[in-house]
Structures are given as C-alpha cells and as structure tokens.
Design a protein around this ligand. Structure first.
Ligand code: NAP
Length: 244
C-alpha cells in the first residue's frame, strides 16, 4: 500500500481525502496547520501542526514513508506550498498542487482586483460598511480604517478583541448559501465586500450575493501558484495519482 500525504485545510483537501481513501492501493494522511479549533472530521490519518520548515517536512516524508504529496492548501497559504516544493526536492517525492481556479467576474459584478492586503485597505471608500472575509490573520491590516465599519466573518471566536474601532464579528464556516449571504449583507447594510480571490465553491456565495444586491467587491489577487504539475479539481488529482 502506498501512502499519500495531503496538505489540507481546504474543502478541496477534505474532498480529496474522502476520494483518495477509496482508491485501491493507497492510504491517506491529511495534514492540518491547526488554525481552526474544531476542524471537520476526515477519513484516514490526520496530523495537526507545523512540520518545522522544509527540513521538518522532508523528515516527515521519510519517517512516514510517504510516496506522493498533494498540496491542497489554500491559494494564499504560500509558505507551506514553498516548503512542500523544497521538501519534495530534499527527499525526492512526486508532488502535485491542487489549485482551484480563481474567481472571474461575470455580468453584473462590480469588482476591483488589488495586488495585496494594503491595497485592499486603501481601496475602501471613506465611511464604508464593509463585509470583511480575509481571515483572522489579515484583520490587523484594516485597523487604520477607523472611519469604516466592518462585519468580520471568522471561523472561530477571536482570542482577543479585534484591533478595529467599529466592527461586529459573525462566525461561520463554508459552504455558504447565496440567499443567506444576501440576507446578512442587507440586514447589516453592507455596501462593500472585501475578500481574497480564493476561488472554489465553498465561499463564492458572498460574491453572488453582492452581485444580487448591486454591491461592489474588492478582491485581493492571489500569490504565484506553486511550481510543477497542477490539478484544478479532485478528479484531476485522482487521475494524477492513478498515473503514478
Ligand atoms: P502559511 O502561511 O503558508 O504557512 C505558515 C506555516 O504554517 C507553515 O510554514 C507551516 O509550518 C504551517 N502550515 C501551514 N499549512 C499547514 C498544513 N496544512 N499542515 C501543516 N503545517 C502547515 O499558511 P496559512 O496561510 O497560515 O494557512 C494555514 C492553513 O490554513 C493551511 O492548511 C491552509 O490551507 C489553511 N487556510 C488558509 C487560508 C488563508 O487565507 N491563508 C484560508 C483558509 C484555509 P512549518 O513551517 O512549521 O511546517
């Protein structure tokens, strides 16, 4: 039996774990960073926490006898993807990046794409009411905008008060529903969505709701994707595994 390591923390990583654990001849280990307090259950083995850089990950590949790695981490999780590239060179191991396509605007969308979080902060009009879904680690960048009001969506309740002068926290984890997103945004009188261009179906609903309500969105462009072979979805990743 060959062993697959899935670097996860995404809906696609979980879907691949479910699909690959049914693949004859493979066993699956999923790795999570440990950022969410109660991650959803996964089939197969699950390990939690950092590896200790590329060397630590290479050591894990050796010790756990890993035969293939699928990097299914979030498109904005650039450090772990770079570590995976380096580790799979140090301890030669086939590696595939599962990269879901970025969202593209459709008719009725009023999107501004910006290069990074600082540009997103600057793109907020004075006094705006913002639905902010950039993740806990990025919220601090918006502290300078005391003029704006933020509806901040997080997976877990924050450990400390957010560094925002005027904000409400709403807890939630995808997949989200278009009508529910529309109702939430209308109820809080949101006039702008600020998000990462993460791609994928689980968190797209807020942008469809913004379209329904005629609201603009500021989307942060993703960093460069990992090098090497890529799959756009779980089916393509399974094809790659079958071909090994
Ligand atoms: P990151 O900045 O790329 O990685 C920082 C460090 O966290 C890595 O160097 C590694 O520590 C550890 N790490 C990250 N992902 C890991 C994994 N799957 N398994 C074991 N260790 C991991 O990562 P991040 O942006 O904080 O994302 C952390 C996790 O949340 C990832 O699993 C990602 O898929 C998920 N996520 C991220 C976002 C986002 O917007 N960034 C959104 C949704 C989900 P060591 O160097 O010690 O190995």
């Amino acid at each position: 039996v060959r062993r697959l390591l899935i670097l996860g923390g995404t809906a696609e990583g979980a879907a691949l774990a479910r699909a690959a654990s049914g693949l004859p001849g493979w066993s699956v280990e999923s790795s999570l960073a440990g950022r969410t307090r109660a991650p959803a259950a996964l089939p197969g083995e699950v390990r939690v926490g950092g590896f200790g850089g590329p060397e630590g990950l290479a050591r894990h590949l050796e010790e756990a006898g890993i035969d293939a790695v699928v990097d299914a981490t979030h498109p904005f999780a650039a450090r772990i993807s770079a570590n995976a590239e380096a580790a799979c060179r140090l301890r030669p191991t086939p590696r595939l990046a599962l990269v879901r396509p970025a969202w593209e605007p459709g008719p009725g969308d009023r999107w501004t794409e910006v290069a990074g979080m600082e540009a997103a902060v600057a793109a907020i009009p004075p006094g705006a009411r913002v639905f902010l879904t950039v993740g806990r680690q990025e919220v601090g960048a918006f502290a300078a905008r005391g003029d704006a009001w933020f509806l901040v969506r997080l997976v877990d309740p924050p450990d400390a008060p957010l560094p925002l002068a005027r904000a409400e926290v709403v807890l939630g984890r995808g997949p989200f529903d278009r009508e529910a997103e529309r109702a939430l945004m209308a109820d809080r009188r949101v006039d702008l969505v600020v998000a990462k261009n993460s791609g994928g179906e689980a968190s797209r609903a807020k942008l469809l709701a913004a379209r329904d309500l005629g609201l603009p969105a500021v989307l942060v462009r993703r960093p460069e994707p990992p090098s090497g072979p890529k799959a756009a979805d779980v089916a393509e990743a399974l094809d790659w595994l079958r071909g090994l």
